[in-house]
Design a protein around this ligand. Structure first.
Ligand code: HEC
Ligand code: HEC
Length: 434
Protein backbone atom coordinates (compact mmCIF):
# COMPACT_ATOMS: atom_id res chain seq x y z
CA UNK A 1 0.00 0.00 0.00
CA UNK A 2 1.55 3.32 -0.99
CA UNK A 3 1.19 6.48 1.04
CA UNK A 4 1.10 8.56 -2.15
CA UNK A 5 -2.05 6.69 -3.26
CA UNK A 6 -3.70 7.19 0.11
CA UNK A 7 -2.95 10.91 -0.01
CA UNK A 8 -4.89 11.15 -3.28
CA UNK A 9 -8.15 10.71 -1.43
CA UNK A 10 -7.19 12.49 1.79
CA UNK A 11 -9.74 14.70 3.56
CA UNK A 12 -7.38 17.60 4.01
CA UNK A 13 -6.67 18.78 0.48
CA UNK A 14 -3.85 21.05 1.66
CA UNK A 15 -1.87 18.08 2.93
CA UNK A 16 -2.02 17.11 6.54
CA UNK A 17 1.52 18.26 7.28
CA UNK A 18 0.71 21.89 6.52
CA UNK A 19 -1.91 22.08 9.22
CA UNK A 20 -1.65 21.91 12.93
CA UNK A 21 -3.16 18.77 14.33
CA UNK A 22 -4.24 17.85 17.83
CA UNK A 23 -0.98 16.04 18.41
CA UNK A 24 1.92 14.31 16.76
CA UNK A 25 3.43 10.83 16.78
CA UNK A 26 5.81 10.39 19.72
CA UNK A 27 9.26 11.57 18.66
CA UNK A 28 11.00 8.58 20.25
CA UNK A 29 9.43 6.09 17.81
CA UNK A 30 11.63 5.36 14.79
CA UNK A 31 12.38 2.87 12.06
CA UNK A 32 9.75 0.28 11.12
CA UNK A 33 7.42 1.47 13.90
CA UNK A 34 7.57 5.02 12.52
CA UNK A 35 6.77 3.76 9.01
CA UNK A 36 3.70 1.88 10.25
CA UNK A 37 2.59 5.04 12.02
CA UNK A 38 2.97 7.09 8.81
CA UNK A 39 0.96 4.52 6.88
CA UNK A 40 -1.64 4.52 9.64
CA UNK A 41 -1.91 8.30 9.50
CA UNK A 42 -2.42 8.20 5.74
CA UNK A 43 -5.12 5.54 6.17
CA UNK A 44 -6.75 7.57 8.93
CA UNK A 45 -6.98 10.59 6.62
CA UNK A 46 -8.01 8.80 3.45
CA UNK A 47 -11.50 8.35 2.04
CA UNK A 48 -12.61 4.77 1.43
CA UNK A 49 -14.22 4.14 -1.97
CA UNK A 50 -17.18 1.89 -2.72
CA UNK A 51 -15.55 0.08 -5.63
CA UNK A 52 -12.01 -0.58 -6.68
CA UNK A 53 -10.61 1.99 -9.09
CA UNK A 54 -7.11 3.19 -9.90
CA UNK A 55 -5.69 4.92 -6.86
CA UNK A 56 -8.15 3.37 -4.42
CA UNK A 57 -6.43 2.29 -1.21
CA UNK A 58 -9.41 1.42 0.98
CA UNK A 59 -12.25 -0.28 -0.88
CA UNK A 60 -15.63 -1.49 0.38
CA UNK A 61 -17.24 1.68 1.72
CA UNK A 62 -20.85 1.11 2.80
CA UNK A 63 -23.27 0.09 1.39
CA UNK A 64 -24.56 2.28 4.24
CA UNK A 65 -22.24 4.47 6.27
CA UNK A 66 -21.83 7.84 8.02
CA UNK A 67 -18.49 9.10 6.67
CA UNK A 68 -15.90 7.92 4.16
CA UNK A 69 -12.95 7.91 6.57
CA UNK A 70 -11.74 8.36 10.13
CA UNK A 71 -10.29 11.81 9.41
CA UNK A 72 -13.66 13.13 8.21
CA UNK A 73 -15.01 12.88 11.75
CA UNK A 74 -11.87 13.15 13.88
CA UNK A 75 -10.72 16.18 11.89
CA UNK A 76 -6.95 16.72 12.38
CA UNK A 77 -7.15 13.97 15.02
CA UNK A 78 -9.53 16.33 16.79
CA UNK A 79 -13.02 16.62 18.11
CA UNK A 80 -16.21 16.65 16.05
CA UNK A 81 -19.29 18.74 16.65
CA UNK A 82 -23.06 18.69 16.28
CA UNK A 83 -24.80 20.91 13.69
CA UNK A 84 -24.29 24.57 14.57
CA UNK A 85 -27.34 25.98 12.82
CA UNK A 86 -30.85 24.66 12.44
CA UNK A 87 -31.21 22.60 9.27
CA UNK A 88 -27.53 21.60 9.12
CA UNK A 89 -27.21 17.81 8.82
CA UNK A 90 -25.43 15.69 11.42
CA UNK A 91 -22.08 15.00 9.78
CA UNK A 92 -19.45 14.02 12.32
CA UNK A 93 -21.99 13.09 14.94
CA UNK A 94 -23.57 9.64 15.14
CA UNK A 95 -26.78 8.28 16.63
CA UNK A 96 -26.48 4.85 18.27
CA UNK A 97 -29.61 2.70 18.34
CA UNK A 98 -30.85 -0.26 20.32
CA UNK A 99 -34.11 -1.70 21.61
CA UNK A 100 -35.26 -3.01 24.95
CA UNK A 101 -36.81 -6.47 24.67
CA UNK A 102 -39.86 -7.46 26.73
CA UNK A 103 -37.54 -9.40 29.10
CA UNK A 104 -35.52 -6.23 29.71
CA UNK A 105 -32.49 -7.25 27.63
CA UNK A 106 -31.02 -4.55 25.38
CA UNK A 107 -29.99 -5.43 21.83
CA UNK A 108 -29.03 -3.75 18.56
CA UNK A 109 -32.04 -2.42 16.64
CA UNK A 110 -33.47 -5.40 14.69
CA UNK A 111 -33.71 -3.39 11.45
CA UNK A 112 -31.30 -0.45 11.66
CA UNK A 113 -28.46 -2.12 13.60
CA UNK A 114 -26.34 -0.34 16.22
CA UNK A 115 -26.16 3.01 14.47
CA UNK A 116 -28.24 5.09 12.06
CA UNK A 117 -26.25 5.25 8.81
CA UNK A 118 -27.33 8.42 7.04
CA UNK A 119 -25.25 7.91 3.88
CA UNK A 120 -25.22 5.13 1.29
CA UNK A 121 -23.39 4.23 -1.90
CA UNK A 122 -25.08 4.61 -5.28
CA UNK A 123 -28.20 2.51 -5.76
CA UNK A 124 -28.72 1.77 -2.06
CA UNK A 125 -31.05 3.69 0.26
CA UNK A 126 -29.48 5.43 3.26
CA UNK A 127 -31.13 4.23 6.48
CA UNK A 128 -32.50 7.66 7.31
CA UNK A 129 -31.63 11.11 8.62
CA UNK A 130 -31.52 12.52 12.12
CA UNK A 131 -31.86 16.13 13.24
CA UNK A 132 -31.41 17.93 16.52
CA UNK A 133 -33.31 20.82 18.06
CA UNK A 134 -32.60 22.53 21.35
CA UNK A 135 -34.77 23.86 24.12
CA UNK A 136 -33.55 26.35 26.71
CA UNK A 137 -32.80 25.43 30.33
CA UNK A 138 -32.25 28.52 32.43
CA UNK A 139 -30.41 29.02 35.70
CA UNK A 140 -28.44 31.53 37.73
CA UNK A 141 -24.96 31.66 39.18
CA UNK A 142 -24.65 32.30 42.91
CA UNK A 143 -24.09 36.00 42.22
CA UNK A 144 -27.37 36.24 40.32
CA UNK A 145 -25.90 36.26 36.80
CA UNK A 146 -28.33 34.33 34.58
CA UNK A 147 -27.28 31.56 32.18
CA UNK A 148 -29.02 29.45 29.59
CA UNK A 149 -28.17 25.87 28.61
CA UNK A 150 -29.37 24.10 25.45
CA UNK A 151 -31.05 20.70 25.88
CA UNK A 152 -31.00 18.56 22.71
CA UNK A 153 -34.01 16.73 21.26
CA UNK A 154 -33.53 14.30 18.36
CA UNK A 155 -35.89 13.56 15.52
CA UNK A 156 -35.73 11.35 12.43
CA UNK A 157 -36.94 11.58 8.84
CA UNK A 158 -36.62 9.70 5.54
CA UNK A 159 -36.41 6.41 7.44
CA UNK A 160 -36.01 3.83 4.64
CA UNK A 161 -37.28 0.80 6.56
CA UNK A 162 -40.11 2.20 8.63
CA UNK A 163 -40.40 3.73 12.08
CA UNK A 164 -37.76 3.12 14.72
CA UNK A 165 -40.53 2.02 17.08
CA UNK A 166 -41.49 2.99 20.61
CA UNK A 167 -38.99 0.64 22.25
CA UNK A 168 -36.00 2.29 20.52
CA UNK A 169 -33.19 3.66 22.72
CA UNK A 170 -30.97 6.33 21.17
CA UNK A 171 -27.63 7.83 22.11
CA UNK A 172 -26.12 10.71 20.14
CA UNK A 173 -22.33 11.06 20.29
CA UNK A 174 -19.75 13.45 18.93
CA UNK A 175 -16.24 12.19 18.10
CA UNK A 176 -13.66 12.89 20.82
CA UNK A 177 -10.09 13.75 19.81
CA UNK A 178 -7.93 10.67 19.34
CA UNK A 179 -4.61 11.92 20.70
CA UNK A 180 -2.75 10.26 23.59
CA UNK A 181 -4.90 7.12 23.45
CA UNK A 182 -1.90 4.76 23.26
CA UNK A 183 -0.83 6.22 26.57
CA UNK A 184 -4.32 5.64 27.99
CA UNK A 185 -4.12 2.04 26.76
CA UNK A 186 -0.82 1.70 28.68
CA UNK A 187 -2.46 2.44 32.04
CA UNK A 188 -2.77 -0.96 33.75
CA UNK A 189 -6.20 -2.30 34.75
CA UNK A 190 -4.91 -2.30 38.33
CA UNK A 191 -4.36 1.48 38.37
CA UNK A 192 -7.90 2.13 37.13
CA UNK A 193 -9.55 -0.47 39.38
CA UNK A 194 -7.76 0.98 42.42
CA UNK A 195 -9.66 4.24 41.80
CA UNK A 196 -13.05 2.50 41.66
CA UNK A 197 -15.29 2.82 44.69
CA UNK A 198 -18.46 1.13 43.51
CA UNK A 199 -20.32 1.24 46.80
CA UNK A 200 -18.87 4.61 47.80
CA UNK A 201 -17.09 3.07 50.77
CA UNK A 202 -15.33 6.38 51.52
CA UNK A 203 -18.70 8.18 51.65
CA UNK A 204 -17.68 11.13 49.44
CA UNK A 205 -20.73 10.77 47.19
CA UNK A 206 -18.55 9.71 44.27
CA UNK A 207 -18.47 6.03 43.37
CA UNK A 208 -16.93 5.31 39.98
CA UNK A 209 -17.08 1.85 38.54
CA UNK A 210 -15.43 0.08 35.65
CA UNK A 211 -17.27 -0.88 32.47
CA UNK A 212 -16.77 -4.51 31.36
CA UNK A 213 -17.16 -5.22 27.68
CA UNK A 214 -16.58 -8.11 25.31
CA UNK A 215 -13.20 -8.46 23.66
CA UNK A 216 -14.48 -9.75 20.32
CA UNK A 217 -11.20 -11.50 19.44
CA UNK A 218 -11.34 -13.76 22.53
CA UNK A 219 -14.99 -13.53 23.63
CA UNK A 220 -13.82 -12.62 27.14
CA UNK A 221 -14.94 -9.66 29.21
CA UNK A 222 -12.36 -6.90 29.60
CA UNK A 223 -12.15 -3.50 31.19
CA UNK A 224 -13.69 -0.90 28.85
CA UNK A 225 -11.66 2.29 28.32
CA UNK A 226 -12.56 4.01 25.05
CA UNK A 227 -15.67 5.87 23.95
CA UNK A 228 -17.97 8.11 26.03
CA UNK A 229 -19.24 5.10 28.00
CA UNK A 230 -15.95 3.18 28.01
CA UNK A 231 -17.56 0.59 25.75
CA UNK A 232 -14.43 -0.51 23.87
CA UNK A 233 -11.51 -2.34 25.51
CA UNK A 234 -8.69 -1.69 23.01
CA UNK A 235 -7.70 0.72 20.25
CA UNK A 236 -7.64 -2.17 17.80
CA UNK A 237 -11.23 -3.15 18.52
CA UNK A 238 -12.38 0.48 18.65
CA UNK A 239 -10.84 1.06 15.20
CA UNK A 240 -12.36 -2.07 13.69
CA UNK A 241 -15.73 -1.18 15.14
CA UNK A 242 -15.50 2.37 13.76
CA UNK A 243 -14.56 0.97 10.35
CA UNK A 244 -17.66 -1.21 10.42
CA UNK A 245 -20.34 0.99 11.96
CA UNK A 246 -19.18 4.40 10.70
CA UNK A 247 -17.79 3.43 7.28
CA UNK A 248 -19.23 -0.01 6.43
CA UNK A 249 -15.85 -1.77 6.21
CA UNK A 250 -15.71 -5.37 7.46
CA UNK A 251 -12.58 -6.74 9.14
CA UNK A 252 -11.38 -9.94 10.77
CA UNK A 253 -12.81 -8.66 14.08
CA UNK A 254 -16.18 -7.66 12.60
CA UNK A 255 -16.93 -9.87 9.60
CA UNK A 256 -20.48 -8.63 9.02
CA UNK A 257 -21.93 -5.26 8.06
CA UNK A 258 -24.06 -3.52 10.67
CA UNK A 259 -27.51 -4.19 9.16
CA UNK A 260 -30.36 -6.68 9.28
CA UNK A 261 -31.39 -9.17 6.56
CA UNK A 262 -34.30 -6.98 5.45
CA UNK A 263 -31.77 -4.39 4.25
CA UNK A 264 -31.08 -6.51 1.19
CA UNK A 265 -28.26 -4.55 -0.46
CA UNK A 266 -26.45 -4.20 2.83
CA UNK A 267 -26.89 -7.79 3.94
CA UNK A 268 -25.78 -9.03 0.51
CA UNK A 269 -22.43 -7.30 0.85
CA UNK A 270 -21.68 -8.98 4.19
CA UNK A 271 -19.74 -12.13 4.78
CA UNK A 272 -18.26 -12.44 1.31
CA UNK A 273 -14.95 -13.73 2.51
CA UNK A 274 -12.17 -11.16 2.45
CA UNK A 275 -12.36 -8.37 5.02
CA UNK A 276 -12.61 -4.92 3.44
CA UNK A 277 -10.23 -3.51 6.04
CA UNK A 278 -7.38 -6.03 5.92
CA UNK A 279 -5.25 -6.92 8.92
CA UNK A 280 -2.26 -4.92 7.62
CA UNK A 281 -4.42 -1.79 7.40
CA UNK A 282 -5.91 -2.42 10.85
CA UNK A 283 -2.37 -2.93 12.23
CA UNK A 284 -1.34 0.43 10.76
CA UNK A 285 -4.38 2.27 12.17
CA UNK A 286 -3.71 0.74 15.57
CA UNK A 287 -0.02 1.70 15.38
CA UNK A 288 -1.00 5.25 14.45
CA UNK A 289 -3.37 5.69 17.39
CA UNK A 290 -0.88 4.03 19.75
CA UNK A 291 1.92 6.22 18.47
CA UNK A 292 0.22 9.60 18.93
CA UNK A 293 1.66 11.35 21.97
CA UNK A 294 -0.23 13.42 24.53
CA UNK A 295 -2.10 16.49 23.18
CA UNK A 296 0.23 19.40 22.40
CA UNK A 297 1.00 21.26 25.58
CA UNK A 298 -0.64 24.69 25.92
CA UNK A 299 1.83 25.85 28.57
CA UNK A 300 0.69 26.84 32.02
CA UNK A 301 2.15 30.34 32.29
CA UNK A 302 -1.07 32.37 31.85
CA UNK A 303 -2.44 34.38 34.76
CA UNK A 304 -5.04 32.42 36.67
CA UNK A 305 -3.83 28.94 35.68
CA UNK A 306 -2.37 28.09 39.09
CA UNK A 307 -5.37 29.61 40.91
CA UNK A 308 -7.71 27.67 38.63
CA UNK A 309 -5.81 24.45 39.23
CA UNK A 310 -6.22 24.93 42.99
CA UNK A 311 -9.96 25.55 42.62
CA UNK A 312 -10.27 22.46 40.41
CA UNK A 313 -9.05 20.41 43.38
CA UNK A 314 -11.07 22.42 45.96
CA UNK A 315 -14.36 21.97 44.09
CA UNK A 316 -13.81 18.20 43.91
CA UNK A 317 -13.38 18.06 40.12
CA UNK A 318 -10.14 16.10 40.54
CA UNK A 319 -11.92 13.25 42.33
CA UNK A 320 -13.14 12.06 38.93
CA UNK A 321 -10.87 14.05 36.61
CA UNK A 322 -7.78 12.50 38.26
CA UNK A 323 -4.86 14.71 37.19
CA UNK A 324 -2.26 11.99 36.72
CA UNK A 325 -2.30 8.25 36.01
CA UNK A 326 0.76 6.01 36.23
CA UNK A 327 1.78 4.07 33.12
CA UNK A 328 2.91 0.51 32.72
CA UNK A 329 5.99 1.41 30.70
CA UNK A 330 6.57 -2.05 29.25
CA UNK A 331 3.18 -1.81 27.49
CA UNK A 332 4.48 0.49 24.75
CA UNK A 333 7.69 0.66 22.70
CA UNK A 334 10.02 3.64 23.03
CA UNK A 335 10.66 6.07 25.86
CA UNK A 336 7.32 5.97 27.65
CA UNK A 337 6.65 8.61 30.34
CA UNK A 338 6.10 7.47 33.94
CA UNK A 339 2.64 9.08 34.16
CA UNK A 340 0.15 11.01 32.02
CA UNK A 341 -1.80 14.18 32.84
CA UNK A 342 -5.06 12.84 31.44
CA UNK A 343 -7.50 14.28 34.04
CA UNK A 344 -9.69 11.18 34.15
CA UNK A 345 -10.11 8.03 36.23
CA UNK A 346 -11.47 6.26 33.10
CA UNK A 347 -14.38 5.04 35.26
CA UNK A 348 -18.15 5.37 34.86
CA UNK A 349 -20.07 7.86 36.98
CA UNK A 350 -23.76 8.56 37.36
CA UNK A 351 -24.07 12.07 35.94
CA UNK A 352 -27.75 12.52 36.72
CA UNK A 353 -30.94 12.86 34.71
CA UNK A 354 -29.83 15.95 32.75
CA UNK A 355 -27.11 14.07 30.86
CA UNK A 356 -28.80 10.64 30.79
CA UNK A 357 -29.41 8.98 27.41
CA UNK A 358 -31.32 6.07 29.02
CA UNK A 359 -29.44 3.63 26.78
CA UNK A 360 -27.24 0.99 28.47
CA UNK A 361 -23.86 0.23 26.86
CA UNK A 362 -21.98 -2.77 28.27
CA UNK A 363 -22.39 -2.46 32.04
CA UNK A 364 -22.88 1.32 31.78
CA UNK A 365 -26.45 2.31 32.51
CA UNK A 366 -28.42 5.13 30.91
CA UNK A 367 -27.08 7.85 33.19
CA UNK A 368 -23.47 6.71 33.48
CA UNK A 369 -20.61 8.19 31.47
CA UNK A 370 -16.85 7.70 31.53
CA UNK A 371 -15.07 10.67 33.11
CA UNK A 372 -14.04 12.60 30.00
CA UNK A 373 -10.25 13.04 29.86
CA UNK A 374 -9.64 16.79 29.96
CA UNK A 375 -6.21 16.92 28.32
CA UNK A 376 -6.34 18.82 25.04
CA UNK A 377 -9.51 20.78 25.95
CA UNK A 378 -7.91 24.11 25.05
CA UNK A 379 -6.91 22.88 21.57
CA UNK A 380 -10.51 22.42 20.47
CA UNK A 381 -11.05 26.00 19.37
CA UNK A 382 -7.67 26.71 17.71
CA UNK A 383 -7.61 23.39 15.84
CA UNK A 384 -11.22 22.40 15.28
CA UNK A 385 -12.72 25.89 15.23
CA UNK A 386 -15.49 25.25 17.76
CA UNK A 387 -16.06 24.88 21.50
CA UNK A 388 -18.68 22.14 21.71
CA UNK A 389 -18.28 19.75 24.64
CA UNK A 390 -19.87 16.71 26.34
CA UNK A 391 -20.86 13.42 24.72
CA UNK A 392 -23.43 14.98 22.40
CA UNK A 393 -21.72 18.32 21.95
CA UNK A 394 -24.63 20.15 23.64
CA UNK A 395 -22.34 22.39 25.72
CA UNK A 396 -21.45 25.51 23.71
CA UNK A 397 -18.48 26.30 25.94
CA UNK A 398 -16.69 24.99 29.02
CA UNK A 399 -18.99 26.74 31.52
CA UNK A 400 -21.98 24.97 30.03
CA UNK A 401 -20.14 21.63 30.16
CA UNK A 402 -19.65 22.10 33.91
CA UNK A 403 -23.20 23.36 34.53
CA UNK A 404 -24.65 20.18 32.97
CA UNK A 405 -22.85 18.04 35.60
CA UNK A 406 -25.31 16.36 37.98
CA UNK A 407 -25.60 13.08 39.89
CA UNK A 408 -22.31 12.24 41.57
CA UNK A 409 -20.87 15.52 40.25
CA UNK A 410 -23.71 17.72 41.58
CA UNK A 411 -21.77 18.98 44.66
CA UNK A 412 -18.70 19.89 42.52
CA UNK A 413 -20.94 21.63 39.97
CA UNK A 414 -22.67 23.56 42.79
CA UNK A 415 -19.33 24.75 44.20
CA UNK A 416 -18.51 26.12 40.75
CA UNK A 417 -21.97 27.66 40.26
CA UNK A 418 -21.88 29.40 43.64
CA UNK A 419 -18.28 30.63 43.33
CA UNK A 420 -17.39 34.30 42.70
CA UNK A 421 -17.04 35.28 39.02
CA UNK A 422 -13.24 35.71 39.33
CA UNK A 423 -12.83 32.17 40.63
CA UNK A 424 -15.04 30.77 37.89
CA UNK A 425 -12.94 32.61 35.31
CA UNK A 426 -9.69 31.26 36.83
CA UNK A 427 -11.05 27.70 36.66
CA UNK A 428 -11.88 28.16 32.97
CA UNK A 429 -8.41 29.60 32.30
CA UNK A 430 -6.96 26.47 33.85
CA UNK A 431 -9.19 24.18 31.73
CA UNK A 432 -8.20 26.07 28.60
CA UNK A 433 -4.53 25.58 29.45
CA UNK A 434 -4.94 21.80 29.22
C1 HEC B 1 -18.99 9.19 11.54
C2 HEC B 1 -17.93 9.74 12.35
C3 HEC B 1 -16.78 8.85 12.76
C4 HEC B 1 -15.92 8.15 11.95
C5 HEC B 1 -15.94 8.00 10.44
C6 HEC B 1 -14.94 7.55 12.83
N1 HEC B 1 -15.21 7.88 14.12
FE1 HEC B 1 -14.08 7.37 15.73
N2 HEC B 1 -15.51 8.10 16.94
C7 HEC B 1 -16.68 8.72 16.55
C8 HEC B 1 -17.55 8.89 17.69
C9 HEC B 1 -18.94 9.51 17.66
C10 HEC B 1 -16.87 8.37 18.80
C11 HEC B 1 -17.39 8.22 20.24
C12 HEC B 1 -17.95 6.82 20.30
C13 HEC B 1 -18.55 6.36 21.59
O1 HEC B 1 -18.81 7.12 22.48
O2 HEC B 1 -18.77 5.15 21.70
C14 HEC B 1 -15.58 7.89 18.30
C15 HEC B 1 -14.59 7.32 19.10
C16 HEC B 1 -13.35 6.91 18.63
C17 HEC B 1 -12.26 6.49 19.48
C18 HEC B 1 -12.24 6.48 21.01
C19 HEC B 1 -11.72 7.81 21.52
C20 HEC B 1 -11.69 7.92 23.02
O3 HEC B 1 -11.23 8.96 23.52
O4 HEC B 1 -12.12 7.01 23.73
C21 HEC B 1 -11.25 6.10 18.64
C22 HEC B 1 -9.90 5.56 19.03
C23 HEC B 1 -11.73 6.26 17.28
N3 HEC B 1 -13.00 6.77 17.33
C24 HEC B 1 -11.01 5.92 16.15
C25 HEC B 1 -11.54 5.94 14.87
C26 HEC B 1 -10.89 5.34 13.71
C27 HEC B 1 -9.56 4.63 13.71
C28 HEC B 1 -11.73 5.57 12.66
C29 HEC B 1 -11.58 5.10 11.23
C30 HEC B 1 -11.46 3.66 11.04
C31 HEC B 1 -12.87 6.31 13.16
N4 HEC B 1 -12.73 6.50 14.50
C32 HEC B 1 -13.91 6.74 12.38
C33 HEC B 1 -16.98 9.11 15.26
C34 HEC B 1 -16.34 8.64 14.13
C1 HEC C 1 -18.50 12.50 39.47
C2 HEC C 1 -17.40 12.65 38.55
C3 HEC C 1 -17.13 14.03 38.00
C4 HEC C 1 -16.87 15.19 38.69
C5 HEC C 1 -16.83 15.39 40.19
C6 HEC C 1 -16.63 16.20 37.70
N1 HEC C 1 -16.74 15.68 36.44
FE1 HEC C 1 -16.44 16.66 34.69
N2 HEC C 1 -17.08 15.03 33.65
C7 HEC C 1 -17.43 13.83 34.21
C8 HEC C 1 -18.01 12.98 33.20
C9 HEC C 1 -18.52 11.57 33.40
C10 HEC C 1 -18.00 13.73 32.00
C11 HEC C 1 -18.60 13.31 30.65
C12 HEC C 1 -20.08 13.67 30.66
C13 HEC C 1 -20.78 13.65 29.33
O1 HEC C 1 -20.15 13.75 28.28
O2 HEC C 1 -22.02 13.53 29.33
C14 HEC C 1 -17.40 15.01 32.32
C15 HEC C 1 -17.17 16.03 31.39
C16 HEC C 1 -16.52 17.22 31.69
C17 HEC C 1 -16.16 18.22 30.72
C18 HEC C 1 -16.38 18.12 29.22
C19 HEC C 1 -15.26 17.35 28.60
C20 HEC C 1 -15.42 17.00 27.16
O3 HEC C 1 -14.52 16.36 26.62
O4 HEC C 1 -16.43 17.33 26.52
C21 HEC C 1 -15.56 19.24 31.40
C22 HEC C 1 -15.01 20.52 30.81
C23 HEC C 1 -15.57 18.89 32.80
N3 HEC C 1 -16.15 17.63 32.94
C24 HEC C 1 -15.07 19.67 33.81
C25 HEC C 1 -15.31 19.42 35.16
C26 HEC C 1 -15.06 20.39 36.22
C27 HEC C 1 -14.44 21.75 36.03
C28 HEC C 1 -15.46 19.80 37.39
C29 HEC C 1 -15.51 20.41 38.78
C30 HEC C 1 -16.35 21.59 38.90
C31 HEC C 1 -15.94 18.46 37.06
N4 HEC C 1 -15.84 18.28 35.71
C32 HEC C 1 -16.36 17.53 37.98
C33 HEC C 1 -17.27 13.46 35.53
C34 HEC C 1 -17.05 14.36 36.58
Amino acid sequence: MSIALLALHAFDSFGAENHRRFGAPRADLRGAERERIELGRALFDTRALAKSEPGAALVGLGPVYNMEGCGGCHIRDGRGRPPLVQGEALRQMVVRLSVRMPDGAVMAHPVYGTQLNDQAIEGVPAEGQAFVEYSAVTGRYGDGTPYELARPHYGFFELAFGRLGDEVLISARVPPHVVGLGLIEAVSDGVILALADEDDADGDGISGRPNRVTDVATGRLRLGRFGWKASQPTLRQQSAEAARTDMGLTSTLYAHEDCAPMQRACAASSGQGRPELGDAALDALEAYLKGLGAPLSRGSAGAGVATGQGLFADYGCARCHVPSLKLERAALPGAVPAAIAVYSDLLLHDMGEGLADHRPDGLANGSEWRTAPLWGLGLTEPINGHTRFLHDGRARNLEEAILWHGGEAEPAKERFRLAPADDRAALLTFLNSL
